[in-house]
Write a protein that binds this ligand. Structure first.
Ligand code: AMP
Ligand code: GLY
Length: 431
């Protein structure tokens, strides 16, 4: 059998799930470049390099040394640093867009302007300010509530919503704090969902819909985080998204791929669409140029076709003839995080796994010391439950999460029927 050497870049739960899917594929040998040692990824890799993920030159040298054929880029920072441009120039085929196409995530003004140039639906009313005082003057002349976003990457934590996180004074203070380019956009009211897709420059193959839980605490309270957990349903849809709304979201994603290709920067990799389903249909919150974390763990745990074939399909423009299938099961992913996360995480603390049943475990920011684990300042690890129903999947993930001993916590409400029913009811009220 011909083997393919695939380098996974990144060190989180998302990259552990990517490495796991690759490791199960025919003929794939996994290598890794990660900023800190992820025990899960390391155990799946033939060799690994511990390196800052934006140190693209060093990663390129590692690829040459090991004759790497393909690279799968997990996080956004290396995309922004031009890792794909560099690796492709030395013959490594990449799952991930070149720097210019990754701007769909790394430059929020570019994203909004691209949608506008190509009349892509789902675009909010938005304003881009390069001058802090002008942005503040604008906010003071209107009584509408807006979302305030710095233009660049913030790890999903840089958005302040008026009426939710801040009042007018708080919004103005935040604009001053950003002290740079800012996007001020219409605040959407609705329910969020994520649509991720494999893209080969031309063709786009969607994955099951996911719903993330951004807030730190139960009942969607507390500060925004990178994501505390997420779920998918057995039919790969969400009950608060109609088939027509799903088609609209998919069409928006296809139009973005077309727009990028028409501007000379074809998009290859994973395209992540974050939508707010509103009374007017799905609106675009943002696009990411990569898998979501935790959302990757949901969908990749269900992938029943060969990830190596998908990597080949994405990098050779033939996803239309690649077999891509997902099991018709529900998944619930719960992140275990240090007490105090995200504001004052208790890092360096010993924790111990308990009885985890059939739950899958993906490591994130954690050090393994024999059978003990030590927390770091970011999300520690995640359990994924898979079941015929959401309830079954949730119970599997919850039981495993609750059994972890030590100064960590998780959101008990992720993937519960109560939360899902709340979303359905909210959408019914809005329609
Ligand atoms: P982002 O970093 O753009 O993903 O935003 C983080 C979170 O802020 C999103 O998941 C939403 O919950 C919220 N958000 C962002 N933009 C908007 C908007 N225009 N209206 C309402 N909520 C938003
Ligand atoms: N879970 C949201 C993200 O990865 O951006």
């Amino acid at each position: 059998m011909i083997t393919m050497k695939v380098l996974v870049v990144g060190s989180g739960g998302r990259e552990h799930a990517i490495a796991q899917a690759l490791a199960k594929s025919r003929g794939v040998v996994v290598y890794a470049a990660m900023s800190r040692l992820n025990p899960g990824i390391a155990s799946l890799s033939a060799d690994h390099l511990i390196i800052r993920e934006t140190a693209v030159q060093e990663i390129a040298t590692f690829c040459s040394t090991h004759n790497i054929d393909y690279a799968f880029i997990g996080p956004e920072a290396p995309l922004e640093a031009g890792i794909v441009d560099l690796l492709e120039s030395q013959g490594v085929k990449c799952v991930g867009p070149v720097k210019a196409a990754a701007r769909i995530e790394t430059d929020k003004a570019f994203c909004r302007d691209l949608m506008k140039r190509h009349s892509i639906p789902g675009l909010p009313e938005y304003y881009i300010f390069r001058d802090t005082e002008k942005a503040i003057a604008f906010l003071k002349t209107t009584d509408k509530e807006y979302a305030i976003k710095p233009i660049g990457l913030t790890g999903g934590k840089g958005v302040r919503i008026m009426g939710e996180h801040v009042d007018l004074d708080g919004a103005c203070t935040y604009v001053r704090e950003i002290n740079g380019e800012v996007v001020i956009e219409e605040r959407f009211i609705g329910e969020e969902f994520t649509l991720q897709a494999f893209v080969d420059g031309t063709h786009l193959i969607p994955m099951p819909l996911v719903q993330d839980h951004k807030r730190a605490f139960e009942g969607d309270t507390g500060p925004n985080t990178g994501g505390m957990g997420s779920y998918t349903l057995a039919d790969h849809r969400m009950p608060f998204v109609t088939e027509e709304e799903y088609d609209q979201a998919l069409s928006i994603m296809n139009l973005v791929v077309k727009a990028l290709a028409s501007e000379g920067t074809p998009y290859c990799g994973i395209l992540y669409g974050q939508f707010m389903n509103t009374a007017k249909g799905p609106m675009v919150i943002e696009f990411n140029a990569r898998f979501g974390d935790p959302e990757a763990m949901n969908v990749l745990s269900l992938l029943s076709s060969d990830m190596g074939d998908i990597v080949k399909g994405i990098t050779s423009g033939c996803l239309d003839t690649t077999i891509i299938t997902f099991d018709n099961k529900a998944t619930v992913c719960k992140y275990i995080v240090p007490e105090g996360y995200p504001d004052a995480p208790q890092s360096g603390k010993y924790i111990r796994k308990g009885e985890s049943g059939t739950a899958l475990l993906y490591y994130a920011s954690v050090i393994a010391d024999d059978d003990r684990l030590i927390t770091q300042s970011s999300r520690t690890m995640a359990y994924v439950g898979i079941g015929d129903t959401l309830k079954q999947a949730e119970q599997i993930a919850e039981t495993a999460s609750a059994a972890v001993e030590g100064p960590v916590r998780h959101r008990r409400d992720v993937g519960t029927e109560e939360v899902l029913n709340k979303r359905i009811k909210h959408m019914q009220e809005l329609r």
